[in-house]
Structure formats: structure tokens, C-alpha cells
Write a protein of this length. Structure first.
Ligand code: SAM
Length: 414
């Protein structure tokens, strides 16, 4: 019997130029996935891509119905920005235009083990809770824009082990939503108390948890940025070198330190470790909250954190958004730096306090940049190991002297 005519005969050709290695890699990938040839494999990749695109479109449509712009209401307007009161998903899917935001600078509620007054999501549910926000961030962010998320880690309840929720969030944002991890930063808060006390001070099997992860992501690998905007003062040794010159030579590491090394660039490129003490307990914001008997936000970040990323990643006039605005630290920094901005916050009480940052006048950024911090070299103190044995049970039991005091360990979350 004659073979029926193909309805959609494949008569057209497209040539793709590949290197030897690329071609070999395609053939290998096609064969290991059971495709007869590279053409079939490319068709499969294309249909998978279309599938992802259409599921994204339908997620945006569903979210647009679920989160209309009426969910947010104007609360305060300034020269450059506005505070919206309500659920920020109403902004992300209703009020904001697609591809309109240059920087999302935020600190979401952390997946803490001990609930704080603003209500934390259970670490295990965190990614599910975050999904509509991830979708909304992708919708509103420009291709040249950045998404910066400050997120602290969490201890598992009753155990000296850590939740993976903030790493899971990062993997989800990259693998499910197509964000690129530009660079992780670490915010070290030198003034953090040694917590959780049970594991750090009582059983002595963990160390102080004093660093937050800050995920810097973008829709493309090339968001706009310039590290010359955030240079730090040279170290004393570098200043000496700039003044007295440097003999070009090869370092033991193999790096060729040329005479360009002794050029004064106005400061050195900072590392991705930001040392910022979060100690502000008095100031216009706190005074206003106390005077009006308004709750002081328990999880504010210091102004220097958004300042670093706003200067690094945006120009004056760009739009900066904080969808988890809290006491509107991002807003007041953006206002000072003449960026347009929007802060959304669910709690009216936090916004009543935040108002003090803008009314009657905009609170200026602190001029004092704080002291530079030194981190001691590890193991700089001598120790007699025989006199200091390891806890063989890994801290499963409290020290004998403390056993009667408590049956259940108390775990501090931050
Ligand atoms: C970690 S705090 C942010 C603190 C802020 N960075 C500051 O310095 O004041 C997170 C905030 O997100 C708010 N929030 C949680 N879900 C929200 C939502 N769907 N829309 C708007 N705000 C929300 C919480 O009320 C909380 O104040």
C-alpha cells in the first residue's frame, strides 16, 4: 500500500553554523535523550520552550485576575515616589506596567522558625508562597534591571541545623523563573548578638549567625551596573603603595601584578561582603513611633544596604520598587538619591511609622558612614586542645551543670 502523503512535509532547510565541539555536543545530547538526530532534538527543545512560555502567560493571566490593582491604595506621595498600602501583588500584576522597573530592592518576610509579629511563612512552604511574587517580579522588571533580595537564614526548630529555604528560593528563581544569579552578596551585621543562644552560648556547638545572604538576580546576564559608583577607600597598605610606587612582579599565585596596579582609581572595588551594623535604635523614625505609640518595625534593614545597590545598579530618574516595604527604608534612600520609587506594605501601622521618614521633610541619609570593621584571622588565639575537648555528642545534651534548668532547647531565630 502506498504511504499516505505527509500533511506537513519537511521540505525546508535551515543551516546552523556550529563548531566541531558544539556539533558533537548536540549529537551526544540527542543520542542520550533517545532522539534519532539533531533535528528532532532541536524540535523538542523548541516545543519545550513554547510550553514554558505559554505556562508563564497563563500564570500571569491567572495572577492578574487574582491580584487586581484595587489591592493597593495610595498612602503617601513625595517628589519622587509613593507608598502604596496593601498587597504588593496588586501592584505587580495590576498597577505596574510590564518591563517598567529598574530595580526591585527588597527584604521579604523571612522563613523564620519562630513567628515574628509580621507573620512569617513556614520555611517549607516558602517557595510556594513566593511564586506569585517571583512571577510578578519577572513581569515588571526591565531586561536591564536587577532584583535584589536580602534574606536571612533560619534554624530548624529544636535542632542545631539550618533550613535550606533561602537556597531553595534562589534555585527556584533561577531554574523556574529564568532569573540569572549575577552575584550573591553577604551582609555581615557586626552587631548581631550571639544567637541561637542554646547552640552558641550554652552547648557551644555552633558559632554566631551574623550574615544574611543577598541574592542579586536579573532577567538577563547583563543588567546595567558600574562598580565605580561604589568604590571603597583604599586600605592603608594600598595608600602606601600608591604613594611610594610598586615594583612590577609575578606573585607566587601566578598573577602578574603590573605597574597599572599602582594607578589611583579613586578607591578599591568592594568585596561582596557588606559590613553594616544594624544598630540604629534612636532617630526620627523611632522617635515618631514612640511618640505616636506605633509599633517599631522589628526587621528593618539599614539604609546603607539599599543605598549600595541603588547607587551600583540605577541612575537618577530610574524606578526602584520595594514590594515588602516595611518602614520604607528603600523609599527614603531612593528619594534622597533622586530615583523614582514605589514601596508597598500590607500593614497600615508600619506605614504610619514610615511617614516620619518623609514628613514634614525627607530624612537625609546619614553622613557618618560608620567605622570600618576588622575581622580577626581565624584561630588567632592559642588553645590547649586537651583542656578543651570536643562535645562528642555534638550538643545533643545540655552540659551536665545546666541539665535541670530546661528540658526543651529554646531556639532563637535570628
Ligand atoms: C522584612 S520586612 C521588610 C522591612 C523593610 N526592609 C524595612 O527596612 O523596614 C517584610 C515586610 O513585608 C510585608 N509584607 C508581607 N507580605 C506582603 C505583601 N503581600 N504585600 C506588601 N507587603 C507585604 C510585611 O508586613 C513586612 O513589613
Amino acid at each position: 500500500m502506498a504511504r499516505p502523503r505527509a500533511e506537513n512535509p519537511r521540505t525546508k532547510f535551515t543551516n546552523i553554523r556550529l563548531t566541531e565541539e558544539e556539533r558533537a555536543a548536540f549529537e551526544e545530547a540527542a543520542a542520550t535523550r533517545g532522539y534519532k538526530n539533531v533535528s528532532e532534538y532541536i524540535r523538542f527543545l523548541h516545543s519545550e520552550h513554547l510550553g514554558k512560555e505559554s505556562s508563564r502567560t497563563s500564570a500571569i493571566e491567572t495572577n492578574a485576575r487574582a491580584y487586581p490593582k484595587s489591592l493597593v491604595k495610595p498612602f503617601l506621595t513625595t517628589d519622587n515616589g509613593e507608598i502604596l498600602w496593601g498587597d504588593s501583588r496588586g501592584y505587580l500584576f495590576g498597577k505596574a506596567k510590564p518591563n517598567s522597573v529598574d530595580l526591585i530592592m527588597t527584604s521579604p518576610p523571612f522563613g523564620l522558625v519562630r513567628k515574628k509579629s509580621y507573620g512569617n511563612e513556614d520555611a517549607d512552604q516558602y517557595c510556594d508562597w513566593f511564586r506569585p511574587f517571583a512571577e510578578g517580579f519577572h513581569r515588571v522588571l526591565k531586561d536591564s534591571g536587577s532584583l535584589v533580595i536580602d534574606i536571612g537564614g533560619a534554624w530548624k526548630p529544636g535542632h542545631p541545623t539550618r533550613s535550606l529555604y533561602h537556597f531553595k528560593l534562589l534555585v527556584m528563581l533561577v531554574e523556574e523563573y529564568g532569573f540569572h544569579l549575577c552575584q550573591e552578596h553577604y551582609w555581615w551585621n557586626p552587631s548581631k548578638l550571639p544567637t541561637p543562644a542554646e547552640w552558641v552560648n550554652v552547648r557551644r556547638v555552633r558559632v554566631k549567625d551574623a550574615v544574611n545572604t543577598v541574592w542579586w538576580l536579573a532577567k538577563t546576564p547583563y543588567p546595567k551596573a558600574n562598580n565605580k559608583r561604589i568604590l571603597q577607600p583604599y586600605s592603608k597598605s594600598m595608600e602606601h603603595l600608591l604613594k611610594n610606587g610598586y615594583t612590577a612582579k609575578l606573585r607566587p599565585s601566578g598573577h602578574d601584578i603590573s605597574d597599572k596596579f599602582s594607578k589611583d582609581n579613586g578607591g578599591s572595588v568592594p568585596p561582596n561582603l557588606l559590613a553594616i551594623a544594624n544598630t540604629e535604635s534612636n532617630g526620627r523614625y523611632q522617635d515618631q513611633c514612640r511618640a505616636e505609640n506605633i509599633a517599631i518595625h522589628p526587621a528593618r534593614f539599614p539604609t546603607q544596604l539599599p543605598e549600595y545597590f541603588i547607587r551600583f545598579l540605577t541612575d537618577p530618574g530610574d524606578l526602584v520598587v520595594d514590594p515588602f516595604g516595611g518602614s520604607c527604608v528603600t523609599g527614603v534612600v531612593a528619594e534622597n538619591l533622586r530615583r523614582r520609587w514605589v514601596c508597598c506594605e500590607l500593614s497600615e501601622e508600619y506605614l504610619l511609622g514610615a511617614k516620619a521618614r518623609f514628613v514634614p521633610t525627607v530624612q537625609p541619609l546619614p553622613k557618618e558612614r560608620g567605622v570600618p570593621y576588622e575581622i580577626a584571622s581565624p584561630c588567632a588565639r592559642p588553645v590547649d586542645e586537651e583542656a578543651v575537648p570536643l562535645f562528642e555528642d555534638g550538643g545533643a545534651q545540655r552540659p551536665a551543670s545546666m541539665r535541670k534548668k530546661a528540658t526543651e532547647p529554646k531556639v532563637a531565630a535570628e
